[in-house]
Design a protein around this ligand. Structure first.
Ligand code: SF4
Ligand code: SF4
Length: 497
């Protein structure tokens, strides 16, 4: 057993309104610079849809993530170390600018300086790199709210895995938004792909970063990441990625995307995990068993043996206390309502999602049921092939029963709160049906419905005293460094005190 701490996030998809505030505030903070205009460390996709970059989930096209070889050993889909090296300096299977969307600006001057007239002046789109007029044909949010889905839905790998018929009628079926950042995975394929050792995972908090001095711009991290969350800065020739806003996290503040989220749908906290279980959990052959295996990697911060081991590995007392209060630990393991995105990529992502209940509630009402009654919702869950199978493709390696179990618990929570506040009664068979207690459902309700920032973000201060002393760390804002925000020097908080 080797217990370490990881800062992690849960997103409640029912509360995402697709406003993209998170995308814009992240961009203003991290990628509003030359060379990285096309990149969105945080993007919000409409599902069903092919996302950003185009069809990123289709590993038959991009060859990202891990697979098991004939002996059941984990190996990168991108191939052996030698094979990857021989493919340099021009690795194949990389998305091009046309897959991300060409960076675009607008002819703002026309708006500002057009003389008074009878027509409204129009700012035409310009290529942000050349300044020349260029029509926009694709972009980060091109499919917003299913725009163009009849045209693109057939390319969504999650739909293709279900059936062609469903994808043809998808724009009449359901919609939800899926915000995405780097998952700061426990088994990051980007780190394993990097031949320069530039991509690394901090031991203290598990944040995955790029050492800008060591990066040689081979782009193998872009290929290796199955979520396509590393990007090449075309000006510097180096890789960049979501930093989980580590300068803020070290000060106990939430990431910019989480703090500015209009839907208040993001939760940040610590989880403890057993490093010795990571490889075995990623190597389970049956994709439907990966969710259970990945949950078992997490360690209970109330277990004395876990606490002793964590202390021996340098996890500080106040971090253990934060892990006990962590909303992320609660949503993933205590309430078991959060699920990992594409566990079959075998990277063990550390951003988990509460699947959306709204499409099921809409369907319940459409079938003539009462969507505040758990029984009616349960009947709908049992009948629905969509979106249950679709959500299972996204979050459980195809295990529909795991998704249905989460949605039933969320539905039971709503019904229970209505029962106790309106009817002043507790429905014991309902609690038994979802194997939970009234106290647990009420605690889940407080966390999902009315939690204050102090409950949604439980982030301990970093212990970088020793790191600063050992490496001559310069205090100050990491965003001020030349050559890229926060990444011009290798961050030195590699181990906690
Ligand atoms: S999601 Fe992030 S940590 Fe995981 S493989 Fe991709 S870049 Fe690496
Ligand atoms: S700011 Fe929040 S609600 Fe808006 S798109 Fe982002 S995650 Fe969704």
């Amino acid at each position: 057993m080797k217990i370490l701490a990881q800062v992690a996030m849960v997103m409640n998809l029912d509360k995402c309104i697709g406003c993209n505030t998170c995308s814009v505030t992240c961009k203003q903070t991290w990628t509003n610079r030359d060379g990285i205009e096309y990149a969105w460390f945080n993007n919000v996709e409409s599902k069903p849809g092919i996302g950003f970059p185009k069809a990123w989930e289709d590993q038959s096209q991009w060859r990202g993530g891990w697979k098991l070889d004939a002996h059941g050993r984990l190996t990168l889909v991108a191939g052996s170390k030698l094979g990857r090296f021989l493919g340099l300096p021009a690795p194949r299977h990389l998305p091009g600018l046309e897959d991300y969307g060409e960076p675009t600006t607008y002819d703002w001057d026309t708006l500002l300086s057009a003389p008074a007239g009878t027509d409204m002046p129009v700012a035409r789109p310009l290529d942000a790199l050349s300044g020349q007029p260029r029509p926009i044909t694709w972009g980060v949010n091109w499919e917003d709210s299913l725009a163009g889905s009849p045209q693109f839905a057939n390319l969504d790998p999650n739909l293709r895995a279900i059936s062609q018929q469903v994808s043809e009628a998808i724009d009449q079926t359901f919609l939800f938004h899926l915000p995405r950042i780097c998952n700061h995975c426990l088994n990051p394929a980007c780190v394993a792909s990097c031949p320069s050792g530039a991509m690394f995972k901090r031991q203290a908090d598990g944040i995955v970063l790029v050492d800008q001095n060591a990066c040689r711009g081979w782009r193998l991290c872009v290929k290796g990441c199955p979520y396509k969350k590393t990007y090449i800065n075309h000006r510097s020739g180096k890789a960049e990625k979501c930093t989980f806003c580590f300068p803020r996290i070290e000060e106990g503040l939430p990431t910019v995307c989480a703090e500015t989220c209009s839907g208040r749908m993001r939760y940040i906290g610590l989880v403890l995990y057993d490093l010795d279980r990571v490889e075995a959990a990623a190597s389970i052959r049956d994709p439907k068993q990966l969710l259970a295996a990945q949950r078992l990697v997490f360690a209970d911060p109330n277990d004395p043996e876990v606490v002793a081991n964590a202390l021996a590995n340098g996890v500080a007392e106040d971090w253990l206390e934060a892990a006990r209060r962590s909303p992320v630990w609660a949503l993933i393991n205590r309430f078991q309502v959060a699920l990992p995105l594409h566990p079959e990529f075998r990277t063990l992502p550390m951003v988990w999602y509460i699947p959306p209940l709204s499409p099921v509630l809409d369907a319940t009402a459409a079938f003539g049921g009462d969507n505040t009654e758990a029984d009616d919702v349960a009947r709908t869950v049992a009948q629905l092939r969509i979106p249950m199978e679709y959500l299972a493709q996204l979050f459980t390696g195809g295990d529909v029963s795991a998704v249905a179990g989460v949605l039933m618990k969320l539905s039971a929570m709503r019904t229970h709160m209505r029962n106790v506040t309106v009817k002043h009664e507790v429905d014991e068979p309902l609690l038994a049906a979802v194997k939970t207690t009234a106290a647990d459902l009420e605690a889940l309700y407080r966390l999902l419905a009315i939690a204050k920032p102090a409950d949604r973000f439980v982030i301990p201060l970093a212990h970088n005293e020793d790191a600063r002393r050992l490496a001559g760390w310069q205090s100050g804002c990491a965003l001020d460094q030349a050559g890229g925000p926060g990444m011009s020097h290798r961050p030195t908080m590699a181990v906690s005190s």
